[in-house]
Design a protein around this ligand. Structure first.
Ligand code: NAP
Length: 315
């Protein structure tokens, strides 16, 4: 029988790739976000509020999923304007942790054998002084987003001890053509292609020396699915294990478009990248050892994909 997968946050960047991957491997897929539901099966599910435990239980009882992927999140880049306010903090904790707990509680109460994947973030290490982070690096969040993801990891520990099977992915930055324009990677590619096509004349960025561990989103969702398929119930760093600067990214994008980047790129120190106090570099040795996962797409290949896709969009 086809396995059933429930994807919370199916409409985001990662959710879209995960749904593709699940469908390619003949899963029955159910997606729930704050605004949309999706399924490729005959079973109809209703849109509801995951902060309501009764809705979570109903969803789980109806679907009885083999896999649950919790990708839903609120983060600074997904909302507009000033976010340092209490309602935003409350929403972040609700979506990134509390609603996740409701689902874990439902799985436990209904005694389902659902295997769970929780998408955590490298931001749990934001204040670290460790040059490379692994699964043993102490958490040092410096934002409400980071705190919410630490909470999600601790909730995963708690429910593992109650018998729920949970793989946590501590995900480092990952990009794709589906990234929202607010992210620096997307801004660089969109603007460079517009310059190539003559619709824009310059690209203004903040710090070209900012250093990021960048991976390719479909690779990371493949890792998430593989962790559940291989029965892992632990925490895993999912990262490229390599650092590149924003400047490297810019040069590579412009080079692919046969443009001299230095003629078009200006820096403005008033444009701050999302503040993460230290350089985050993930050691992905554990996931390599345990399930033989490693990124299939290099930094350069990823940029080629991003540029070609954006050329198609803007032509
Ligand atoms: P994304 O594009 O921002 O997608 C977020 C998803 O969460 C959307 O489907 C959104 O749906 C859903 N969502 C938001 N509020 C919700 C709510 N109240 N109830 C149900 N769904 C809700 O994020 P992503 O880039 O795909 O990232 C996926 C996960 O990986 C997130 O948990 C993120 O924190 C984590 N992560 C991502 C990165 C990265 O580089 N992309 C790095 C580290 C960790 P609506 O639009 O309908 O609300």
């Amino acid at each position: 029988m086809n396995k059933k997968a429930l994807v919370i946050g199916h409409s985001g960047q990662d959710g879209a790739y995960l749904v593709d991957l699940l469908e390619q491997s003949n899963h029955l897929v159910f997606g729930v976000s704050s605004k949309l539901v999706y399924t490729n099966s005959d079973l109809v599910i209703e849109l509801g509020d995951l902060s309501n435990p009764a809705y979570c239980t109903h969803l789980l009882k109806t679907i009885q999923p083999d896999y649950l992927f919790y990708l839903a999140a609120v983060h600074q880049s997904s909302v507009d304007a000033s976010v340092d306010d209490l309602p935003f903090y409350q929403q972040t904790l609700t979506v990134n942790a509390n609603n996740y707990m409701n689902l874990l509680n439902g799985i436990q109460m209904l005694e389902l054998s659902t295997k769970v994947f929780y998408a955590a973030s490298s931001h749990v290490f934001a204040g670290t002084t460790s040059k490379v982070q692994n699964e043993s690096t102490p958490f040092e969040p410096v934002s409400i987003y980071g705190i919410s993801k630490v909470l999600g990891i601790h909730l995963s520990d708690l429910y593992r001890n109650k018998g729920v099977h949970i793989a946590v992915g501590i995900l480092y930055n990952h990009e794709s053509p589906k990234r929202a324009s607010k992210f620096v990677s997307k801004k660089i590619v969109e603007t460079a292609v517009a310059i190539k096509l003559g619709t824009k004349s310059e690209l203004v960025l903040g710090d070209l020396n900012a250093t990021i561990d960048w991976g390719y989103a479909p690779d990371y969702m493949y890792a998430a699915l593989s962790l559940l398929q291989t029965g892992k119930s632990e925490n895993y760093i999912i990262s490229s294990g390599q650092l590149h600067t924003v400047g490297d990214f810019v040069k590579s994008v412009f080079q692919k478009l046969n443009l001299d980047w230095s003629s078009f790129v200006k820096t403005d120190k008033n444009i701050l990248l999302k503040k993460s106090t230290n350089i985050l570099l993930g050691d992905n040795q554990k996931i390599q050892n345990d399930i033989n996962w490693k990124p299939s797409v290099s930094f350069d290949e990823m940029i080629e994909i991003l540029v070609n896709s954006e050329l198609e969009v803007q032509k």
